[in-house]
Design a protein around this ligand. Sequence first.
Ligand SMILES: Nc1nc2c(c(=O)[nH]1)N[C@H]1C(S)=C(S)[C@@H](COP(=O)(O)OP(=O)(O)OC[C@H]3O[C@@H](n4cnc5c(=O)[nH]c(N)nc54)[C@H](O)[C@@H]3O)O[C@H]1N2
Ligand SMILES: Nc1nc2c(c(=O)[nH]1)N[C@H]1C(S)=C(S)[C@@H](COP(=O)(O)OP(=O)(O)OC[C@H]3O[C@@H](n4cnc5c(=O)[nH]c(N)nc54)[C@H](O)[C@@H]3O)O[C@H]1N2
Ligand code: SF4
Ligand SMILES: [Mo]
Length: 705
Amino acid sequence: MRETRLHTCMLCEAVCGLSVEVEDGRAVSVRGDPDDPFSRGHVCPKAAAIPDVMEDPDRIREPQRRDGERWARVGWREALAEAGERLAAVQRRHGPDAVAIYLGNPTVHGFGASTAAILLSRALGTRSRFSATSVDQLPQMLASLEVLGHQFLLPVPDLDRATFLLALGANPRASNGSLMTAGDVGARLDALRARGGRLVVVDPRRTETAARADRHLAIRPGGDAALLLGLLHVLLGEGLARPGRLAGFTDGLDRLEALAARFPPERVAARTGIAAAEIRRLARDFAGAEAAVAYGRVGVCTQEFGALASWLVLALNVVSGALDRPGGAMFPSPAVDLVPGGSPGSFGRHRTRVRGLPAFGGELPAAALAEEIETPGPGQIRALVTFAGNPVLSTPNGARLERALAGLDTMVSIDLFRNETTRHAHLILPTAFGFEKDQYDAVFYQLAVRNAARWAPAIVPPPPGVRPDFRVLLDLALAVRARGGGRPGWRTGLGLRLARALGERRLLDRALRAGPRRLSLAALRRAPHGLDLGAHQPRLPGRLHTPGKRLRLFPERYQADLARLEADVDAPPAAGTLLLVGRRQLRSNNSWMHNSLRLVKGPAACTLQLHPADAAARGLADGSLARVRSRVGEVRVPVSVTDAVSPGVACLPHGWGHARPGAALGVAAAHAGASYNDLADEERLDALSATAALNGIPVTVEPGG
Ligand SMILES: Nc1nc2c(c(=O)[nH]1)N[C@H]1C(S)=C(S)[C@@H](COP(=O)(O)OP(=O)(O)OC[C@H]3O[C@@H](n4cnc5c(=O)[nH]c(N)nc54)[C@H](O)[C@@H]3O)O[C@H]1N2
Ligand SMILES: Nc1nc2c(c(=O)[nH]1)N[C@H]1C(S)=C(S)[C@@H](COP(=O)(O)OP(=O)(O)OC[C@H]3O[C@@H](n4cnc5c(=O)[nH]c(N)nc54)[C@H](O)[C@@H]3O)O[C@H]1N2
Ligand code: SF4
Ligand SMILES: [Mo]
């Protein structure tokens, strides 16, 4: 029997509503749900690949145990008991911090998984906590913590009402938007321009988004903080600042003005690669637009000046009055509000043992994981739990991390596949995926351009040997605790047993009822296409979490990093080196969907883009193989010559590199590509926030034989 069921895509932040044809318990086709008021029927090519992942012959369908290089099936009871005992034994012997946990990106793509993953983290009682945050949005969360008082108070561009979008280091036409959940973001960008609005993109590459913008400014990698100071210089120096009602509760405007005064466009032009006249024009256009908003994303965060640049994006929105104004950068009012209950966040409360790098929100930078495993001494990491992550391909110097993982006493991975990371585990615990799970995106409705909510129940049964994430995470936590693991005195907040007994649905129902809109699971069930909860309303100063509800425009924290910025701004550009930047691709999703033939067939996607002049200077032509070297490693990849990248810039997508031995991903291995993060340097960090500076890596490129 064939029936149409509704679900929500769990792959990227756009949370598209899906209409799925189900036949005999199998999803046979996936389309956009035209009746979803938020995504309006939009989907991208990845949605069709969800069933590919569910039915992938390489998917792990029963717990597996590794003995040397051999893998064998093991029952759940035995697997959980053994995982619990192995982890608890390490903690009993070496202390709670000897067990680390790494939470990958899909953790935030579901209410049940994220809730249970936090509980497992707390149950382990370890300070050795890592996640994808420190290779992603950490600088934006830090800016929100410092300026607004809460790490989750992330302002979102009010895309549907803006008349001028300044996008830095973001490519929503490929990524479908990030920290800006927007169904059919391409159509929303088109609509902005159709109503007379303007889109200006700042990116070292003429991206898919830049190619359809009013203006593209090809910035030199890492130049954003300098550019933003140049813009602020013009705004503040020419009397164009319009903080409006924000001025009534903002501190530090005078100090920001004094800082910006030191950065006239003429001073930053060489560092940014953007002419002073262009910077002045941009500042005036931005100030003159009715509803302008600045938006920065991955390219602004994962670079050498990620923290300063992310702060200055927010500062530009304050100075121009865009913050909390319709058409500006606004704060959603989601049905499940993560701000009041969630921890406001912290920075530098503890540090890594080896390099002394700061924790953010209790998490240590992923760039430090390998050395914390390798370096002996008290607190050395001897065991690792990974959940829905692939740090060997997604964090800097993956090759080193891989060697470190091989030396662990114990590793337990909760994942769908035996991939480049999980193949080092001693036990892999497989979970339900896709349409086999309920879907509610608490995190992404907190980041949506319009208030919305959509809940979908699982619509097909999982393979009999797998279990829901929620249950596996809690059962693992209980198994470790039962054997004397964890940290005495550390509580999980919500009890593990209680959480397990209540189950994911009742916990969600509670969270919805406690939320500001007093919704319930029943209310969401009655609206299977999703609820439109309206446009954003101004929420400041009420929503600020700072003492006295003041907006701290110039937090002390950033002062310390300004000397480094000034030195960089005035340094002459190094001649001859190429700077490597990343490239997200519509048909690829971080490191883990390359086993879907439908997505990887066709011309190779993992190519190094070079400007024609740079290619010619190195004797490289389109399609020829290049050897790319950085301080930490080298890869060989085919070249694709294009003037979309600026001279001096080389561009490579991340998440590839599937030729490593030991993984069980047949299709991906046949379309292996090379891993960007074999070039990314674990010592190249944004010095202030310890976020990995994955972009702007100096590399040499030569013919690769
Ligand atoms: N198809 C697809 N969609 C995805 C993902 C995916 O892998 N594939 N991943 C998802 C995830 S986890 C995230 S976090 C989001 C990310 O979403 P985005 O941030 O929109 O994605 P990117 O394409 O990485 O955009 C970063 C841009 O920064 C540019 N850049 C590099 N260095 C600099 C610099 O120094 N300054 C400036 N101004 N720009 C620079 C790069 O050229 C690139 O175009 O995408 C999500 N959506
Ligand atoms: N050079 C470079 N590196 C980057 C980036 C970049 O732009 N450039 N981007 C960074 C960013 S923004 C991010 S978010 C990270 C992502 O980095 P990670 O989070 O470490 O890795 P992913 O590639 O997202 O891998 C997700 C894993 O989760 C598994 N998985 C998927 N769905 C589920 C599920 O429902 N349940 C379970 N149990 N497992 C599941 C997949 O099989 C896969 O193993 O990469 C970062 N690394
Ligand atoms: S845009 Fe994102 S949420 Fe929408 S179908 Fe594609 S991957 Fe899924
Ligand atoms: Mo990400």
